[in-house]
Design a protein around this ligand. Structure first.
Ligand code: GDP
Length: 445
C-alpha cells in the first residue's frame, strides 16, 4: 500500500507548479481526496485531513514543499494516538499479552511472529494456546513454536480458562520475559466468544491486549475492532496482511475512529514479516522517503556485529566461500519479505512491488545453489579456487544440474565476491556508510 500512497502524493504535489496559485491547490486537494477515499480511508478522517492541509498550506504560502509538509504533519497528527508504541515490557516480568481477533485475521500467525520478534531481542517467550475452538489452531501454534524454537505450553485442559490458569502456574519461577496467549476467534462477533475472552482476560490480567485486524477488512474491520474494544478493552492493534492488495486506509481509519495505537504491521506469511509501527517511520514511508531506521534495526537483529566483522574480514581477504554464502542466504531469509526491505530504502519504494513475491525458500536458483554446495566437499566449499573442470563435472552430476548451470553459478559467485571485496575496501565501505548516515540525518528515526 505504501507504494500507492507515495506515488500519488508526489504526483499530486507536482500539480502545484506556481507559488500562490489557489486554483492548483484546490486541484491538488481534490485529487488527494480521491486517492484517500479510493484507499478506504474513512470519509470523516479525509474531510478533517484535507481541511488541515488546506489551512496549513495557505498559512505557510501555497507551494509544492509547503503542501507536502502540511500533508506530512496532518498524517502525523492523525496517526499519533495516545498509548504505547512498539512492544512495551511490564515493570515486573513476565509481560503477559492477550492476543484477540476474528478467525482468519492472522491471529495465530501474528502471535508466532511476535514471539520471533521478541526472541531476536533475546527475550524468553512462552506461547500459550487458548484457542480450543478451532482444533487445528493448537497444532498450528505448536508447529510455529517449534519452527522458531520458542517454548510452547502443552496442556490437556478442556477450556481456555483452564489452559490460561495452568500456564500461569507453570510459568512461575521459570523466568519468562513474555507470555503470549493466543485465543479463539469466530467468523463474526458473538456473545459467547466475548464472554469467554472476558473470563480469560480476568484470569490472565494481561499487561496489554492486542487486537489483530486483517488489513483487507476495510470499514467492517474497523467496526469489529470497535466492538472488541467496547467489550474487552484493547490496548493496541496489529494489522496483518499488509502485503496483500490492501488499500491500507484501515491503518488511518483505526487510528482516527478508535483512537487506538497501531503497534505492529504484518506483511507476509513468514514469521519474520512483522514490523514495529511507529507513526513517524510509517509516514516517512508513505511520503516515499523510506525507513532506514527500521531497516537498520531489522538487519542488526539478524546480523550480529561480531559476525558482520568476521564476514567483512573474510571478504576483504578474498576468503568468502560457499559455506559463508549459504549462511548469508539463511540470514537474509530471516529478514522476511524482500519487497518490504527494499521499500524501506529511500527512493526505492517503487521497486518493492517487483520484489514482493521473491521467495527465498522456494526460489529455483537458490535451490540449485544449495544442491550444488551440498555436492561439494568441505575443502571445495572453503576454497572455491579448487573447482577445476573435473570437479565441476562431478558436482553437476551430484546436484542433478547441467555443467553450464554450475559454471554460471560459480561465475556469479566470483563476481559477487569481487564486488563485495571492492565495497569492503576502505573507500567503498566508507562511501556506503556515509550514504547511510546522510539518509539517517535526513529522515530521523
Ligand atoms: P487466525 O484464524 O486468526 O489464527 O489466522 P491464521 O493465523 O491461521 O492466519 C490465517 C491465514 O492468513 C493464514 O493462511 C496465514 O498464513 C495468513 N496470514 C497471516 N498473517 C499474514 C500476513 O501478514 N500476510 C499474509 N500474506 N498472510 C498472512
Amino acid at each position: 500500500m505504501f507504494e500507492i500512497f507515495s506515488e500519488s502524493f508526489q504526483s499530486i504535489a507536482n500539480k502545484i507548479r506556481f507559488n500562490d496559485d489557489e486554483k492548483s491547490l484546490a486541484r491538488a486537494i481534490d485529487e488527494l481526496k480521491k486517492v484517500l477515499l479510493k484507499n478506504d480511508v474513512y470519509h470523516k478522517a479525509v474531510k478533517e485531513l484535507l481541511q488541515k492541509i488546506e489551512l496549513q498550506t495557505k498559512a505557510q504560502g501555497i507551494g509544492k514543499q509547503n503542501f507536502l509538509q502540511a500533508l506530512k504533519d496532518s498524517l502525523q497528527a492523525l496517526l499519533d494516538t495516545k498509548g504505547n508504541q512498539g512492544f512495551v515490557f511490564a515493570s515486573r516480568p513476565p509481560t503477559s499479552i492477550l492476543m484477540v481477533g476474528l478467525q482468519g485475521s492472522g491471529k495465530t500467525t501474528t502471535t508466532a511472529k511476535l514471539a520471533y520478534y521478541l526472541k531476536n531481542k533475546n527475550k524468553k517467550v512462552l506461547l500459550i494456546p487458548c484457542d480450543l475452538q478451532r482444533m487445528a489452531a493448537v497444532e498450528q501454534l505448536r508447529q510455529l513454536a517449534q519452527q522458531i524454537e520458542v517454548d510452547f505450553f502443552e496442556s490437556s485442559a478442556q477450556s481456555p480458562q483452564q489452559v490460561a490458569q495452568e500456564a500461569l502456574i507453570f510459568a512461575q519461577d521459570k523466568h519468562y520475559d513474555v507470555l503470549l496467549f493466543d485465543t479463539a476467534g469466530r467468523l463474526a462477533i458473538d456473545e459467547h466468544l466475548m464472554q469467554e475472552l472476558q473470563e480469560v482476560k480476568t484470569i490472565i490480567q494481561p499487561f496489554e491486549t492486542f487486537y489483530v485486524a486483517d488489513s483487507l477488512s476495510g470499514q467492517e474491520g474497523v467496526r469489529n475492532a470497535e466492538i472488541f474494544h467496547q467489550k474487552i478493552k484493547i490496548d493496541g492493534v496489529i494489522l496483518s496482511k499488509f502485503d496483500s492488495d490492501s488499500k491500507g486506509g484501515i491503518a488511518l481509519s483505526i487510528a482516527y475512529q478508535l483512537g487506538l495505537p497501531l503497534r505492529f504491521i504484518g506483511s507476509g506469511e513468514k514469521v519474520a514479516d512483522l514490523d514495529v509501527f511507529l507513526p513517524d517511520r510509517i509516514i516517512s514511508r508513505l511520503m516515499g522517503a523510506g525507513d532506514i531506521a527500521t531497516l537498520a534495526e531489522k538487519t542488526s537483529s539478524v546480523f550480529s556485529e561480531k559476525e558482520t566483522k568476521a564476514i567483512t574480514k573474510k571478504i576483504k581477504k578474498g576468503q568468502f566461500n560457499f559455506e559463508d554464502f549459504l549462511a548469508q542466504i539463511e540470514n537474509v531469509k530471516k529478514l522476511g519479505n524482500l519487497g518490504n526491505l527494499v521499500g524501506m530504502i529511500p527512493g526505492l519504494g517503487n521497486m518493492a512491488g517487483a520484489l514482493k513475491n521473491v521467495d527465498l525458500d522456494n526460489s529455483q536458483e537458490i535451490k540449485s545453489i544449495k544442491s550444488m554446495v551440498n555436492s561439494m566437499t568441505k575443502k571445495e566449499r572453503e576454497n572455491p579456487d579448487l573447482l577445476n573442470g573435473s570437479r565441476r563435472k562431478r558436482i553437476a552430476q551430484g546436484a542433478g544440474l547441467d555443467i553450464a548451470d554450475v559454471n554460471r553459478i560459480i561465475k556469479q559467485f566470483d563476481n559477487a565476491s569481487k564486488m563485495a571485496k571492492k565495497l569492503s575496501s576502505k573507500g567503498g565501505m566508507q562511501n556506503l556508510m556515509g550514504m547511510m548516515q546522510q539518509m539517517k540525518g535526513k529522515f530521523p528515526r
